[in-house]
Design a protein around this ligand. Structure first.
Ligand code: PMP
Length: 405
């Protein structure tokens, strides 16, 4: 038996079955949003107990909340081994963070065609500040690195924007090698770590990552907050992401229609408005909790469960696992698959209605990838994490066996 590694909120919740009765809910949709860790919920509860707006007041609670908010940046920096002078900007999530990065990037951006739309559309939508060049990933990681090398050698680019782990297949890309490749050609690298940070240790310093983005809700914290951490120069040179209070240091009205504004530098420049303090505190608590458990322990737990899941899926007739690369050697706790004879939605409904299991089905905001994998109508994705035990994987495998019986 492999027990869960940490306590998550809602672990004992029951859901109704179509046959009547109810069963403990099995969340196998961590890649969409992971349940909150109990430790994270505790930190949010504590913050709510001394709650006031940040950066504005002399009141005690305002000061305490400001300290918590600002120290959350340092927890994030320590968690991903950011440089001391990297800006840590709290955003609404990964999508928001990449849109901000896209506004701050001048020049061409090179991306792969296997990306989540969040790391594709902000680049392809850019017109004023540069173009985007989409490179077709090859059937191997080695071939893909060579294709990127050729693209960057052919014409200069400002940035290579790449995912660290696929949200469809879980395959992990070699971010250190990708960073070195980008730097060899004078480009910076932005890493979409939405699917990596809960599973593998990240070191911006030793991997050579210029910008890293991720979302709290995939890191055992609630929705609504994410991070962009990286080189401050481009961010300070960019227009503020939002115009408003907090981002401005001094404002004078010139006439009825215009204002002179001195914008702040650093994270505040891009965080106008009252920030999502609880979201930032929750992310910091998650970073600290994961560091406390340790990525060796997390990796072992995940590898055991993934081995069990893969073996189980391999024994079911008509189940095919999705894979981008023939030579990938590392995969986070994600299994994208199709079941012969059943539409993805049908499989997901069967799992929910008969076994109380939540999985994702569809195209995972990665339509070009699903097309290139040959499943333009979508697939099913089971994904897991710290609150998952062997029982949960067994229940999935048994339910799929029943579907194919
Ligand atoms: N990138 C990847 C790889 C993802 O998996 C996701 C979420 N599915 C995102 C970006 C977008 O994250 P968010 O919805 O939190 O902005």
């Amino acid at each position: 038996p492999i027990p869960p590694l940490a306590e998550v909120v809602g672990a004992t919740a029951h859901v109704p079955l179509c046959s009547g009765g109810s069963v403990r809910y099995v969340n196998l949709d961590y890649a969409a949003s992971a349940p909150a860790l109990a430790a994270v919920a505790g930190a949010v509860q504590a913050a709510l107990g001394q709650y006031a707006s940040v950066h504005r007041g002399a009141g005690h609670h305002s000061q305490v909340t400001t300290v918590r908010y600002e120290s959350a940046r340092e927890s994030v920096r320590a968690f991903v081994r950011g440089r001391i002078d990297d800006a840590v900007v709290f955003t609404r999530g990964t999508t928001d963070a990449i849109n901000l990065a896209a506004r701050a990037t001048r020049g061409d951006v090179v991306v792969l065609d296997i990306e989540h739309h969040a790391n594709l559309l902000p680049w392809t939508a850019r017109e004023r500040t540069g173009g985007s060049r989409v490179v077709r990933a090859r059937s191997t990681i080695e071939g893909t690195l060579a294709a990127l090398e050729a693209e960057l050698a052919a014409a200069p680019a400002a940035l290579l924007a790449v995912t660290a782990a696929s949200n469809v297949t879980g395959e992990v890309l070699p971010i250190g090698r990708l960073a070195a490749l980008a730097h060899r050609h004078g480009a910076r690298i932005l890493v979409d770590a939405a699917q990596l940070v809960a599973h593998r240790p990240v070191s911006m310093v030793s991997h050579g990552i210029d910008y890293l983005v991720f979302s709290g809700h995939k890191l055992y914290a609630p929705f609504g907050a994410g991070v962009l951490i990286g080189r401050a120069d481009w961010l300070d040179a960019a227009d503020p992401y939002l115009a408003g209070g907090g981002a401005s240091a001094a404002v004078t009205l010139d006439d009825a229609a215009s204002a002179s504004v001195e914008w702040r530098s650093g994270a505040a420049r891009h965080e106008a408005g009252s920030p999502n303090v609880l979201g930032a505190i929750a992310i910091a608590a998650a970073c600290e909790a994961l560091a406390g458990i340790g990525f060796e322990t997390i990796g072992t737990h995940e590898a055991e469960l993934l081995g069990r899941l893969d073996a189980g899926l391999a024994g079911i007739a008509g189940v095919e696992l999705l894979r981008i690369f023939d030579d990938s050697t590392d995969r986070v706790g994600i299994a994208g698959f199709v079941v012969d004879g059943h539409a993805p939605r049908e499989v997901a409904e069967h799992l929910s209605d008969t076994a109380g299991i939540g999985v994702r089905d569809g195209k995972f905001c990665a339509h070009p990838l699903l097309q290139r994998l040959g499943f333009p109508d979508g697939a099913v994705r089971a994904s897991f994490g710290l609150g998952t035990g062997a029982d949960d994987i067994n229940r999935l495998v048994e339910a799929l066996h029943r579907l194919q019986a």
